[in-house]
Ligand binder design. Sequence first.
Ligand SMILES: N=CN[C@@H](CCC(=O)O)C(=O)O
Ligand SMILES: [Zn+2]
Length: 412
Amino acid sequence: MRSLFTNIKELLQVREPGIKKVSGKEMKQLPSIRNAWLLIEDDKIADFGKMDAVPEIAADETIDASGKIILPAWCDSHTHIVYAGNRELEFADRINGMSYEEIANRGGGILNSAKTLQETSEEEVYKQSAKRLEEVMSLGTGAVEIKSGYGLTEEAELKMLRVIRKLRENYDISIKPTFLGAHAIPKEYKEKPQEYMDLVINEILPKVAEEKLADYIDIFCEKGYFSIEDTHRLLSAAAEYGMKPKIHVNQFNAFGGIQAGVEHNALSVDHLEVLNPEDIESLKGTETMPVALPSCSLFLSIPYTPARDLIDAGLPLALATDFNPGSTPSGNMNLVVSLACIKMKMNPEEAINAATINGAYAMELSETHGSITKGKQANLILTKEIPSYTFLPYAFGTNSIESVFINGKKLD
Ligand SMILES: N=CN[C@@H](CCC(=O)O)C(=O)O
Ligand SMILES: [Zn+2]
Protein backbone atom coordinates (compact mmCIF):
# COMPACT_ATOMS: atom_id res chain seq x y z
CA MET A 1 0.00 0.00 0.00
CA ARG A 2 1.47 3.32 -1.11
CA SER A 3 -0.05 6.58 0.16
CA LEU A 4 1.11 9.89 -1.23
CA PHE A 5 0.59 13.17 0.62
CA THR A 6 0.83 16.20 -1.65
CA ASN A 7 0.89 20.00 -1.19
CA ILE A 8 1.95 19.68 2.47
CA LYS A 9 2.23 23.21 3.79
CA GLU A 10 5.22 22.16 5.91
CA LEU A 11 6.79 18.75 6.56
CA LEU A 12 8.37 19.05 10.01
CA GLN A 13 11.26 17.35 11.75
CA VAL A 14 12.88 16.05 8.55
CA ARG A 15 16.15 14.35 9.44
CA GLU A 16 18.84 12.17 7.96
CA PRO A 17 19.15 8.68 9.46
CA GLY A 18 21.45 8.27 12.46
CA ILE A 19 20.34 11.27 14.58
CA LYS A 20 19.72 9.78 18.02
CA LYS A 21 18.91 12.93 19.98
CA VAL A 22 19.39 16.69 19.89
CA SER A 23 21.00 18.72 22.67
CA GLY A 24 21.50 22.32 23.75
CA LYS A 25 21.44 24.80 20.85
CA GLU A 26 20.59 22.02 18.34
CA MET A 27 17.19 21.80 19.99
CA LYS A 28 16.29 25.14 18.46
CA GLN A 29 16.68 23.64 14.95
CA LEU A 30 13.60 21.98 13.54
CA PRO A 31 14.46 21.05 9.95
CA SER A 32 11.49 21.18 7.59
CA ILE A 33 10.41 21.25 3.96
CA ARG A 34 7.76 23.75 2.91
CA ASN A 35 5.32 22.80 0.14
CA ALA A 36 6.31 19.15 0.33
CA TRP A 37 5.21 15.68 -0.68
CA LEU A 38 5.59 12.51 1.37
CA LEU A 39 5.23 8.91 0.31
CA ILE A 40 4.52 6.13 2.77
CA GLU A 41 4.77 2.51 1.75
CA ASP A 42 3.04 0.00 4.03
CA ASP A 43 4.27 0.89 7.53
CA LYS A 44 7.33 2.95 6.54
CA ILE A 45 8.27 6.42 5.31
CA ALA A 46 9.46 5.73 1.75
CA ASP A 47 10.40 9.16 0.39
CA PHE A 48 9.67 12.89 0.50
CA GLY A 49 10.70 16.12 -1.15
CA LYS A 50 9.56 19.47 -2.48
CA MET A 51 6.38 19.72 -4.57
CA ASP A 52 8.18 21.57 -7.36
CA ALA A 53 10.26 18.43 -7.93
CA VAL A 54 7.68 15.74 -7.27
CA PRO A 55 8.50 12.58 -9.29
CA GLU A 56 5.97 10.40 -11.10
CA ILE A 57 4.65 8.12 -8.35
CA ALA A 58 2.09 5.33 -8.73
CA ALA A 59 0.29 5.51 -5.38
CA ASP A 60 -2.79 3.64 -4.17
CA GLU A 61 -4.16 6.83 -2.65
CA THR A 62 -3.27 10.51 -2.80
CA ILE A 63 -4.06 12.81 0.11
CA ASP A 64 -4.10 16.53 -0.56
CA ALA A 65 -2.59 18.23 2.52
CA SER A 66 -2.98 21.82 1.34
CA GLY A 67 -2.73 24.24 4.26
CA LYS A 68 -1.83 21.39 6.63
CA ILE A 69 1.35 20.40 8.41
CA ILE A 70 2.74 16.89 8.85
CA LEU A 71 5.02 16.03 11.75
CA PRO A 72 6.14 12.79 13.40
CA ALA A 73 3.74 11.36 15.99
CA TRP A 74 4.62 12.13 19.60
CA CYS A 75 6.94 9.79 21.52
CA ASP A 76 5.74 9.62 25.14
CA SER A 77 8.59 8.09 27.14
CA HIS A 78 7.05 8.17 30.64
CA THR A 79 3.56 6.91 31.47
CA HIS A 80 1.66 4.85 34.00
CA ILE A 81 -1.25 4.16 31.62
CA VAL A 82 -1.99 0.77 33.20
CA TYR A 83 -3.98 1.35 36.38
CA ALA A 84 -7.40 0.67 37.85
CA GLY A 85 -10.00 3.18 38.97
CA ASN A 86 -9.22 6.82 39.55
CA ARG A 87 -8.34 9.25 42.34
CA GLU A 88 -10.80 12.08 41.80
CA LEU A 89 -11.67 12.13 45.53
CA GLU A 90 -8.04 12.99 46.33
CA PHE A 91 -8.26 15.69 43.67
CA ALA A 92 -11.17 17.20 45.58
CA ASP A 93 -9.20 16.89 48.86
CA ARG A 94 -6.32 18.80 47.31
CA ILE A 95 -8.67 21.53 46.12
CA ASN A 96 -9.78 21.81 49.73
CA GLY A 97 -6.23 22.33 50.95
CA MET A 98 -4.55 18.96 51.53
CA SER A 99 -1.15 18.44 49.91
CA TYR A 100 -0.10 15.47 47.76
CA GLU A 101 2.27 14.52 50.58
CA GLU A 102 -0.42 14.71 53.27
CA ILE A 103 -2.73 12.53 51.18
CA ALA A 104 0.07 9.97 50.73
CA ASN A 105 0.87 10.03 54.46
CA ARG A 106 -2.70 9.13 55.38
CA GLY A 107 -2.46 6.02 53.13
CA GLY A 108 -3.81 7.59 49.96
CA GLY A 109 -1.82 8.29 46.83
CA ILE A 110 0.08 5.42 45.23
CA LEU A 111 -1.06 3.01 47.98
CA ASN A 112 -4.68 3.90 47.24
CA SER A 113 -4.20 3.03 43.55
CA ALA A 114 -2.32 -0.17 44.52
CA LYS A 115 -5.24 -1.34 46.66
CA THR A 116 -7.67 -0.74 43.80
CA LEU A 117 -5.42 -2.50 41.32
CA GLN A 118 -4.92 -5.52 43.58
CA GLU A 119 -8.72 -5.86 43.87
CA THR A 120 -9.35 -5.51 40.12
CA SER A 121 -9.16 -8.46 37.71
CA GLU A 122 -6.52 -8.55 34.98
CA GLU A 123 -9.24 -8.40 32.33
CA GLU A 124 -10.78 -5.30 33.86
CA VAL A 125 -7.38 -3.56 34.25
CA TYR A 126 -6.73 -4.37 30.60
CA LYS A 127 -10.08 -2.94 29.54
CA GLN A 128 -9.59 0.32 31.43
CA SER A 129 -5.99 0.71 30.25
CA ALA A 130 -6.77 -0.10 26.59
CA LYS A 131 -9.28 2.74 26.57
CA ARG A 132 -6.58 5.17 27.73
CA LEU A 133 -4.10 3.82 25.18
CA GLU A 134 -6.62 4.35 22.38
CA GLU A 135 -7.23 7.87 23.63
CA VAL A 136 -3.55 8.85 23.59
CA MET A 137 -3.09 7.35 20.12
CA SER A 138 -5.95 9.49 18.86
CA LEU A 139 -4.18 12.50 20.41
CA GLY A 140 -1.12 11.84 18.27
CA THR A 141 1.06 9.55 20.36
CA GLY A 142 2.84 6.95 18.22
CA ALA A 143 5.15 5.29 20.76
CA VAL A 144 4.78 4.97 24.50
CA GLU A 145 6.54 3.66 27.60
CA ILE A 146 4.31 2.11 30.28
CA LYS A 147 5.34 1.33 33.86
CA SER A 148 4.10 -1.10 36.45
CA GLY A 149 4.15 0.20 40.04
CA TYR A 150 0.54 0.12 41.21
CA GLY A 151 0.78 -3.55 42.17
CA LEU A 152 3.34 -3.57 44.99
CA THR A 153 2.91 -7.34 45.48
CA GLU A 154 4.39 -10.04 43.29
CA GLU A 155 0.99 -11.05 41.99
CA ALA A 156 -0.21 -7.53 41.26
CA GLU A 157 3.05 -6.29 39.71
CA LEU A 158 3.07 -9.29 37.36
CA LYS A 159 -0.60 -8.65 36.61
CA MET A 160 0.23 -5.10 35.52
CA LEU A 161 3.15 -6.19 33.39
CA ARG A 162 1.05 -8.90 31.72
CA VAL A 163 -1.55 -6.26 30.91
CA ILE A 164 1.21 -4.19 29.28
CA ARG A 165 2.28 -7.30 27.33
CA LYS A 166 -1.29 -7.84 26.16
CA LEU A 167 -1.53 -4.21 25.03
CA ARG A 168 1.68 -4.72 23.05
CA GLU A 169 0.19 -7.80 21.41
CA ASN A 170 -3.15 -6.21 20.56
CA TYR A 171 -2.22 -2.68 19.51
CA ASP A 172 -0.13 -1.66 16.53
CA ILE A 173 2.01 0.86 18.43
CA SER A 174 5.47 0.55 19.99
CA ILE A 175 5.12 0.06 23.74
CA LYS A 176 8.15 -0.16 26.03
CA PRO A 177 7.52 -1.86 29.40
CA THR A 178 9.19 -0.77 32.66
CA PHE A 179 9.20 -2.53 36.04
CA LEU A 180 8.45 -0.05 38.85
CA GLY A 181 7.95 -2.38 41.84
CA ALA A 182 9.81 0.20 43.95
CA HIS A 183 7.13 2.87 43.55
CA ALA A 184 5.99 3.12 47.19
CA ILE A 185 6.48 1.14 50.39
CA PRO A 186 3.34 -0.91 51.16
CA LYS A 187 1.69 -0.27 54.56
CA GLU A 188 2.69 -3.67 55.96
CA TYR A 189 6.38 -2.87 55.27
CA LYS A 190 6.29 0.64 56.75
CA GLU A 191 8.44 -0.36 59.73
CA LYS A 192 10.68 -2.71 57.72
CA PRO A 193 11.20 -1.05 54.30
CA GLN A 194 14.35 -3.10 53.65
CA GLU A 195 12.22 -6.23 53.58
CA TYR A 196 10.14 -4.70 50.81
CA MET A 197 13.32 -3.98 48.83
CA ASP A 198 14.37 -7.61 49.43
CA LEU A 199 11.02 -8.76 48.03
CA VAL A 200 11.33 -6.55 44.96
CA ILE A 201 14.94 -7.51 44.26
CA ASN A 202 15.01 -11.18 45.25
CA GLU A 203 11.49 -12.34 44.41
CA ILE A 204 9.68 -10.10 41.94
CA LEU A 205 12.55 -8.89 39.73
CA PRO A 206 13.74 -12.42 38.80
CA LYS A 207 10.18 -13.37 37.79
CA VAL A 208 9.80 -10.21 35.70
CA ALA A 209 13.09 -11.07 33.99
CA GLU A 210 12.21 -14.73 33.52
CA GLU A 211 8.94 -13.85 31.76
CA LYS A 212 10.72 -11.04 29.84
CA LEU A 213 8.04 -8.62 31.01
CA ALA A 214 10.15 -5.45 31.23
CA ASP A 215 12.94 -3.75 29.27
CA TYR A 216 13.62 -1.11 31.93
CA ILE A 217 13.87 -0.70 35.69
CA ASP A 218 12.43 2.26 37.59
CA ILE A 219 12.36 3.42 41.23
CA PHE A 220 10.76 6.44 42.92
CA CYS A 221 13.95 7.85 44.46
CA GLU A 222 12.42 10.38 46.86
CA LYS A 223 12.22 11.23 50.55
CA GLY A 224 9.56 9.04 52.15
CA TYR A 225 9.80 6.53 49.29
CA PHE A 226 13.17 5.01 48.30
CA SER A 227 16.70 6.11 49.20
CA ILE A 228 19.90 6.46 47.20
CA GLU A 229 21.10 3.18 48.71
CA ASP A 230 17.89 1.44 47.61
CA THR A 231 18.40 2.93 44.15
CA HIS A 232 21.97 1.62 43.85
CA ARG A 233 20.93 -1.79 45.09
CA LEU A 234 17.98 -2.13 42.72
CA LEU A 235 19.76 -0.76 39.66
CA SER A 236 22.74 -3.08 40.22
CA ALA A 237 20.43 -6.08 40.55
CA ALA A 238 18.43 -5.12 37.44
CA ALA A 239 21.63 -4.68 35.41
CA GLU A 240 22.28 -8.40 35.90
CA TYR A 241 19.11 -8.98 33.87
CA GLY A 242 20.00 -6.37 31.26
CA MET A 243 17.35 -3.87 32.38
CA LYS A 244 18.44 -0.25 31.94
CA PRO A 245 17.29 2.40 34.40
CA LYS A 246 14.64 5.03 33.68
CA ILE A 247 14.09 6.51 37.10
CA HIS A 248 11.88 8.97 39.02
CA VAL A 249 14.20 11.53 40.63
CA ASN A 250 14.15 15.11 41.98
CA GLN A 251 10.37 15.47 41.99
CA PHE A 252 10.25 17.08 45.44
CA ASN A 253 13.84 16.92 46.71
CA ALA A 254 17.33 16.99 45.21
CA PHE A 255 19.53 14.57 47.15
CA GLY A 256 21.64 12.68 44.64
CA GLY A 257 19.09 10.72 42.60
CA ILE A 258 20.40 12.03 39.29
CA GLN A 259 23.98 11.13 40.19
CA ALA A 260 22.85 7.62 41.16
CA GLY A 261 21.08 7.26 37.81
CA VAL A 262 24.06 8.54 35.85
CA GLU A 263 26.37 6.15 37.72
CA HIS A 264 24.26 3.26 36.43
CA ASN A 265 24.11 4.68 32.86
CA ALA A 266 20.42 5.44 33.13
CA LEU A 267 18.66 5.82 29.80
CA SER A 268 16.67 8.64 31.38
CA VAL A 269 16.17 10.53 34.62
CA ASP A 270 12.62 11.80 34.89
CA HIS A 271 10.72 14.60 36.73
CA LEU A 272 13.59 16.98 37.73
CA GLU A 273 11.25 19.65 39.12
CA VAL A 274 13.86 20.42 41.78
CA LEU A 275 17.38 20.75 40.40
CA ASN A 276 20.58 22.17 41.81
CA PRO A 277 23.65 23.23 39.79
CA GLU A 278 25.50 19.99 40.68
CA ASP A 279 22.65 17.96 39.16
CA ILE A 280 23.05 19.80 35.87
CA GLU A 281 26.83 19.33 35.97
CA SER A 282 26.49 15.62 36.58
CA LEU A 283 24.39 15.15 33.44
CA LYS A 284 26.98 16.73 31.16
CA GLY A 285 28.92 14.30 28.99
CA THR A 286 26.55 11.40 29.76
CA GLU A 287 24.17 9.40 27.58
CA THR A 288 21.32 9.95 30.06
CA MET A 289 18.27 11.85 28.79
CA PRO A 290 16.65 14.29 31.24
CA VAL A 291 12.84 14.05 30.96
CA ALA A 292 10.39 16.76 32.04
CA LEU A 293 6.73 16.11 32.87
CA PRO A 294 5.00 19.50 32.81
CA SER A 295 1.42 18.21 33.12
CA CYS A 296 2.38 16.80 36.52
CA SER A 297 3.63 20.24 37.58
CA LEU A 298 0.37 21.77 36.39
CA PHE A 299 -1.84 19.25 38.18
CA LEU A 300 0.08 19.25 41.49
CA SER A 301 1.00 22.96 41.41
CA ILE A 302 4.67 22.13 41.89
CA PRO A 303 7.62 23.78 40.13
CA TYR A 304 8.21 23.11 36.46
CA THR A 305 11.47 21.47 35.44
CA PRO A 306 13.93 24.30 34.72
CA ALA A 307 14.20 23.50 31.03
CA ARG A 308 16.16 26.63 30.16
CA ASP A 309 18.90 25.78 32.67
CA LEU A 310 19.24 22.28 31.18
CA ILE A 311 19.14 23.30 27.52
CA ASP A 312 21.32 26.38 28.00
CA ALA A 313 23.88 24.09 29.67
CA GLY A 314 24.08 22.18 26.38
CA LEU A 315 21.99 19.22 27.54
CA PRO A 316 19.18 17.44 25.70
CA LEU A 317 15.65 17.34 27.13
CA ALA A 318 12.66 15.09 26.44
CA LEU A 319 9.03 15.80 27.28
CA ALA A 320 6.53 13.15 28.40
CA THR A 321 3.07 13.04 29.96
CA ASP A 322 3.49 10.92 33.15
CA PHE A 323 -0.16 9.81 32.56
CA ASN A 324 -1.23 8.33 35.93
CA PRO A 325 -4.24 8.49 38.26
CA GLY A 326 -2.65 10.59 41.02
CA SER A 327 -0.36 13.31 39.76
CA THR A 328 -1.26 13.54 36.04
CA PRO A 329 -4.58 12.15 34.86
CA SER A 330 -3.84 13.22 31.30
CA GLY A 331 -1.97 11.57 28.45
CA ASN A 332 -2.23 14.51 26.11
CA MET A 333 1.18 15.24 24.55
CA ASN A 334 -0.26 18.30 22.80
CA LEU A 335 -0.91 19.86 26.20
CA VAL A 336 2.60 18.85 27.33
CA VAL A 337 4.13 20.66 24.34
CA SER A 338 2.02 23.75 25.07
CA LEU A 339 2.95 23.76 28.75
CA ALA A 340 6.63 23.39 27.89
CA CYS A 341 6.39 26.58 25.84
CA ILE A 342 4.10 28.54 28.14
CA LYS A 343 5.51 27.53 31.53
CA MET A 344 9.04 26.33 30.84
CA LYS A 345 9.97 28.91 28.22
CA MET A 346 10.90 26.33 25.65
CA ASN A 347 10.66 27.52 22.06
CA PRO A 348 8.15 25.61 19.90
CA GLU A 349 11.12 24.06 18.02
CA GLU A 350 12.68 22.87 21.28
CA ALA A 351 9.39 21.51 22.56
CA ILE A 352 8.68 19.60 19.34
CA ASN A 353 12.19 18.12 19.34
CA ALA A 354 11.76 17.16 23.00
CA ALA A 355 8.43 15.44 22.29
CA THR A 356 9.59 13.56 19.19
CA ILE A 357 13.24 12.63 18.57
CA ASN A 358 14.36 13.04 22.21
CA GLY A 359 11.31 11.13 23.47
CA ALA A 360 12.20 8.35 21.04
CA TYR A 361 15.75 8.32 22.44
CA ALA A 362 14.38 7.93 25.98
CA MET A 363 12.76 4.66 24.79
CA GLU A 364 15.68 3.53 22.60
CA LEU A 365 13.50 4.06 19.56
CA SER A 366 15.35 6.83 17.76
CA GLU A 367 16.36 4.53 14.89
CA THR A 368 12.73 3.95 14.00
CA HIS A 369 10.68 6.81 15.50
CA GLY A 370 10.71 10.51 16.26
CA SER A 371 11.48 12.08 12.88
CA ILE A 372 10.53 12.15 9.21
CA THR A 373 13.34 9.98 7.92
CA LYS A 374 13.37 7.47 5.06
CA GLY A 375 12.90 3.97 6.43
CA LYS A 376 11.41 5.03 9.77
CA GLN A 377 7.95 3.95 10.87
CA ALA A 378 5.20 5.99 9.19
CA ASN A 379 3.95 7.50 12.45
CA LEU A 380 2.50 10.86 11.53
CA ILE A 381 0.32 13.68 12.71
CA LEU A 382 -1.59 15.44 9.92
CA THR A 383 -2.84 18.76 11.28
CA LYS A 384 -5.94 20.67 10.31
CA GLU A 385 -5.35 23.80 8.26
CA ILE A 386 -3.25 25.93 10.62
CA PRO A 387 -1.19 29.09 10.08
CA SER A 388 2.15 27.66 11.35
CA TYR A 389 3.58 24.98 13.63
CA THR A 390 3.79 27.55 16.43
CA PHE A 391 -0.01 27.50 16.37
CA LEU A 392 0.12 23.97 17.88
CA PRO A 393 1.46 25.03 21.33
CA TYR A 394 -0.12 28.49 21.06
CA ALA A 395 -3.72 27.30 20.66
CA PHE A 396 -3.34 25.15 23.77
CA GLY A 397 -6.96 24.14 24.17
CA THR A 398 -7.66 23.55 20.50
CA ASN A 399 -7.51 20.18 18.80
CA SER A 400 -5.39 20.99 15.76
CA ILE A 401 -5.03 17.34 14.70
CA GLU A 402 -6.98 16.17 11.66
CA SER A 403 -5.69 12.60 11.62
CA VAL A 404 -3.05 10.33 13.06
CA PHE A 405 -1.20 7.58 11.18
CA ILE A 406 0.53 4.82 13.11
CA ASN A 407 2.68 2.35 11.20
CA GLY A 408 1.18 3.74 8.01
CA LYS A 409 -2.43 3.18 9.05
CA LYS A 410 -4.84 6.03 9.60
CA LEU A 411 -6.61 5.77 12.95
CA ASP A 412 -10.42 5.68 12.72
N1 LIG B 1 6.01 10.29 41.49
C1 LIG B 1 5.82 9.12 41.41
N2 LIG B 1 4.94 8.48 40.63
C2 LIG B 1 3.94 9.09 39.83
C3 LIG B 1 2.71 9.49 40.58
C4 LIG B 1 2.11 8.42 41.34
C5 LIG B 1 0.74 8.67 41.87
O1 LIG B 1 0.47 9.68 42.55
O2 LIG B 1 -0.08 7.78 41.64
C6 LIG B 1 4.52 10.28 39.11
O3 LIG B 1 5.47 10.06 38.35
O4 LIG B 1 4.08 11.41 39.27
ZN1 LIG C 1 5.87 8.82 36.77
